[in-house]
Design a protein around this ligand. Structure first.
Ligand SMILES: Cc1ncc(COP(=O)(O)O)c(C=O)c1O
Length: 398
């Protein structure tokens, strides 16, 4: 008789290589307090405060009414793949065929599939710090090793081609870049991006470009590395409709990559989700092909909110903050307050802010730095002011 496994022994080793997403953990703790009737200011969740635009919702409703509710092709129906490549070509000058696109259940799944398809045990993946929480875990889940590219806060967390080049090793398999960045809002300069695209091509290294926030760049237009000459063999574009069109709950994302990689990702998708929901594909076509006016409007509001968030932070003694160039986060340095009132790190600070000031933030430790907290300002203007005032009152008493 085989022994009954204990709970601890019942899970695979790869499960030990990942942790629950820190942003989701904070959201869950905040939800508990909210259920008890506590009025929180929520700077934690990384999602738009806007409703999904009406024409996108209408397309999904029409899909339901016309019974577009069956299984679809694994990689997405031809129209959605065409809409993805046409939108990207029009906005960034890329040149992909629909067969070089896959529609996924959120951008996170596109990242997951690409890394599972590309990273072998022991392969190194270069990751600029601060990084979005999920990169590290997804690399590790696949057996890869994150190699951290440290950036300088005094230089706005800038990622340079030189810094990337200095980390390239025989085991380097991929580089992940995210511009504008979650959590810092930093944008990679066009010259650096072009050089990194060239480096990746010359060295045969995959360059994963997470363009989740590319439409939320405040100064000038977002630039895709896939728009540069000869980029296609090594670049993998990871896109998302979540933030661009306020569609986080719909789970709509995509990848653009060489056909062979798209097929590998499709193979994985065929054995997991099968495809994205049929009605979400119809809604996404409406988003990608419809007027982009809604995106511009939301971007303008994020920019105004950023300025208000920076002004509010400037009122808190000793807190400094780089100026984000995109996305909807500020990443203030709160080191002045560490070591006070029994608070030793930003995880503890975030917990105390939640319970004592009823403000939700995410600790910098989740993004690989020890002196910051992440504030998502995708909230109402009144909440930006109220939340930062509560933070100030809490901090100055420490
Ligand atoms: C940098 C970055 N990439 C990708 C994603 C994934 O977004 P989604 O899976 O909702 O498309 C997020 C979501 O927070 C993000 O911040």
């Amino acid at each position: 008789m085989s022994p009954v496994p204990t709970a601890a022994a019942a899970f695979t080793r790869r499960m030990d290589r990942i942790e629950i997403s820190a942003t989701m953990a904070i959201t869950a703790e905040a939800a508990k307090l909210r259920a008890q009737g506590v009025k929180l200011v929520d700077f934690g969740a990384g999602e738009p405060h806007f409703a999904t635009p009406q024409h996108i919702k209408d397309a999904a409703i029409e899909a339901i009414q016309t019974n577009f509710t069956r299984y679809t092709m694994v990689t997405g129906i031809p129209e959605v793949r065409k809409a993805i490549v046409e939108r990207h070509a029009a906005d960034f000058g890329s040149d992909y065929a629909p067969e070089e696109a896959i529609f996924t259940t959120g951008g996170k799944l596109a990242l997951f599939e690409a890394l599972q398809a590309l990273v072998e045990h022991g392969d190194e993946v270069i990751l600029p710090v601060p990084y979005w929480v999920s990169y590290k875990d997804i690399i590790q889940y696949g057996g890869g090793v994150p190699v951290y590219l440290e950036t300088n806060e005094a230089d706005n967390f800038r990622v340079t081609a030189e810094a990337v080049e200095s980390l390239l090793m025989p085991r380097t398999k991929a580089i992940i870049l995210n511009s504008p960045s979650n959590p810092s809002g930093a944008v990679i300069a066009a010259e650096d991006l072009e050089q990194i695209v060239r480096l990746a091509r010359e060295r045969g290294i995959w360059l994963l470009l997470d363009e989740c926030y590319i439409y939320l760049q405040f100064e000038g237009k977002g630039i895709s590395g896939a728009g540069f000459k000869d980029s296609k063999d090594t670049v993998v574009v990871l896109g998302s409709l979540s933030k661009t069109y306020a569609m986080t709950g719909w789970r709509a994302g995509y990848a653009l990559a060489p056909k062979a990689l798209i097929s590998a990702m499709g193979k994985l998708q065929s054995q997991s989700t099968s495809s994205t929901a049929a009605i979400v594909q119809k809604a996404s076509i409406a988003a990608l092909k419809g007027s982009q006016e809604c995106v511009a409007k939301m971007r303008d509001d994020y920019k105004a909110l950023r300025d208000e968030a920076l002004a509010g932070l400037a009122m808190i003694p000793g807190v400094t903050c780089t100026k984000p160039e995109g996305a909807f986060y500020v990443y203030p340095n709160v080191s002045r307050y560490l070591g006070r009132g029994g608070i030793e790190n930003t995880t503890e600070l975030s917990r105390r802010l939640l319970h004592e000031a009823n403000v939700v933030v995410v600790p910098g430790e989740a993004f690989g730095t020890s002196e910051h907290i992440r504030i998502s300002y995708a909230v109402s203007h009144a909440d930006v002011a109220e939340g930062l005032e509560r933070m100030k009152q809490f901090l100055v008493k420490l």
